[in-house]
Design a binder for this molecule. Structure first.
Ligand SMILES: Cc1cc2nc3c(=O)[nH]c(=O)nc-3n(C[C@H](O)[C@H](O)[C@H](O)COP(=O)(O)O)c2cc1C
Ligand code: SF4
Length: 464
């Protein structure tokens, strides 16, 4: 197999002044600590203490082996919550796996990372792949699983190749395969690359795709813990969730919990993007003030802070005054009416037109709907057409109520949460920036008078 070469990617980061995750502006970094873009190989990872947690779990590090129950207990104590979007407690999820189930059981890593604004998992796979492998091996031990897959987004093929290479190294060193490190525990792990559809990040859409079918989500229940891959018990976690596991085992669940705040253990990687001077991935403890995160990302670029989408494009927008008083953790952001989601923090300055921004967001959901359920398939198109006519000076007064009604009738009425993801940004924008939509309708132009937005709008032909 051709050796993966990500040098051009590094060169591109450097050429554009982007530092991705190689900067000294993380706070208490556990996952990104010490990465420089070149030290991703097994030997480098071992120098950083890599695979010590797996050895500890298997009793190969000088102490007693941990029982699977002890591993799950540490995870529960740590208050690690799934980093893929919903923030579900990881230890609890692991305890749902019927460990004694006699047939096949599977472990799946969700590296589909399609949420707009999010770019953390690809850095992990490219620059610290063994941490994900070690986390998965520990998870497999805890849940009595012998076979796992890492489903990697289809548009980052070099990163898939790199992960394959890391897998090869891990197998050769005895960290994967039969009788790991001389123990009775066996775990085979394979990489699988998708084709770049956002919906394949939804866990049951992912499982369908992994089985070789169209990536269309399944009705739940049954949940993957009882009916997952090939109908067998399956646990799915996000890449960053698995990467958090070795630190928890090495330092203990209590230490991880104390790193963040109650119910929000540990550090979280935030992809800070949009109107900031130094965009990139920042690993900080959960509970860090948003103001601090913004400072780490070099502050707002091109104007004053207007609004932030705090958790990937599905999360409702929050205005600057709310954000500047918020801490970055699941509970605080939920209380403010949004969600931490995948951790993509989309920063918008005061030249941004909210109608135009919502139009762009909505186009994405319309495009990515898998089409299985009517409210999502039709509703995302209706939303887009309504916002499009408001943006292009053809809006009617009643359109705002209509927008709200369509969003309301999508939410909670679909097979998967993509419908909610399309509806929530609409509700958030109308809640906080309704005046801009009204201005568009009444004056047939933008309230912020952003010249770039006006020029772009003028250059566009309104689609039929
Ligand atoms: C439309 C949609 C897209 C999603 N995309 C991703 C994704 O790219 N990566 C991810 O980890 N989770 C994604 N999720 C969430 C997964 O369904 C699932 O909750 C997650 O992988 C569980 O892992 P966690 O508990 O570690 O967060 C998506 C959910 C929806 C509804
Ligand atoms: S909500 Fe949308 S993406 Fe999800 S299953 Fe229904 S049609 Fe497909």
């Amino acid at each position: 197999m051709m050796l993966p070469d990500l040098d051009h990617l590094l060169a591109r980061f450097k050429a554009t002044g982007q530092e991705t995750c190689f900067h000294g502006r993380h706070v208490n970094a556990q996952i990104y600590a010490g990465l420089d873009g070149t030290n991703w190989r097994l030997a480098d990872y071992e120098k950083r203490g890599g695979y010590a947690a797996l050895k500890k779990v298997l009793g190969k590090g000088g102490g007693e082996a941990m029982t699977p129950d002890q591993v799950v207990s540490e995870l529960k104590l740590s208050a690690l919550r799934g980093r893929g979007g919903a923030g579900f407690p990881t230890g609890l999820k692991w305890s749902f796996m019927p460990r004694q189930f006699p047939g096949a059981k599977y472990l799946v890593c969700n590296s589909d990372e399609g949420e707009p604004g999010t770019c953390k998992d690809r850095d992990l796979l490219a620059f610290n792949p063994h941490m994900v492998i070690e986390g998965m091996a520990i998870a497999a031990y805890a849940m009595g699983v012998k076979l796992g897959y890492n489903y990697i987004h289809g548009e980052i093929f070099e990163i898939y190749q790199r992960f394959e290479e890391a897998l090869r190294e891990a197998r050769e060193a005895g960290y994967l395969g039969d009788g790991i490190l001389g123990s009775s525990f066996s775990f085979q792990l394979h990489a699988h690359h998708g084709f770049g559809a956002y919906i394949c990040g939804e866990e049951t859409g992912l499982l369908e795709s992994l089985e070789g079918k169209k990536g269309q989500p399944r009705f739940k229940p049954p949940f993957p813990a009882s009916f997952g891959l090939y109908g067998k018990p399956t646990t799915i976690n996000n890449t960053e969730t698995f990467a958090a596991v070795p630190w928890i085992i090495n330092h203990g669940g209590q230490a991880y919990l104390e790193c963040g705040k109650p119910n929000n253990g540990g550090t979280k990687i935030f992809s800070v993007v949009g109107d900031v001077n130094a965009p990139g991935n920042f690993e900080v403890p959960l509970g860090t003030p948003f103001a601090k995160l913004l400072e780490l990302a070099g502050g707002v670029k091109g104007g004053a802070l207007k609004a932030v989408i705090p958790g990937g494009s599905s999360a409702p927008v929050l205005p600057a005054r709310v954000m500047m008083d918020l801490t970055m953790d699941y509970d605080a952001i939920a209380k403010a009416g949004s969600m931490l989601g995948s951790g993509a923090v989309i920063v918008m300055n005061d030249t941004r037109c909210m109608v135009r921004s919502l139009l762009r967001l909505n186009y994405f959901y319309m495009h990515e709907s898998c089409g299985q359920c009517t409210p999502c398939r039709e509703g995302t198109g209706w939303l887009w057409r309504l916002i499009d006519r408001i943006e292009h000076g053809k809006g009617r007064k009643e359109d705002l109520d209509l927008l709200e009604s369509v969003a309301f009738n999508i939410k909670g009425r679909t097979i998967c949460a993509l419908g909610d993801a399309a509806a929530m940004p609409v509700e958030g924008m109308l809640k906080h920036f309704r005046d801009e939509f009204v201005h568009h309708i009444e004056h047939k132009r933008c309230a912020v008078g952003a010249p770039a937005a006006d020029a772009a709008r003028a250059a566009e032909a309104t689609p039929a």
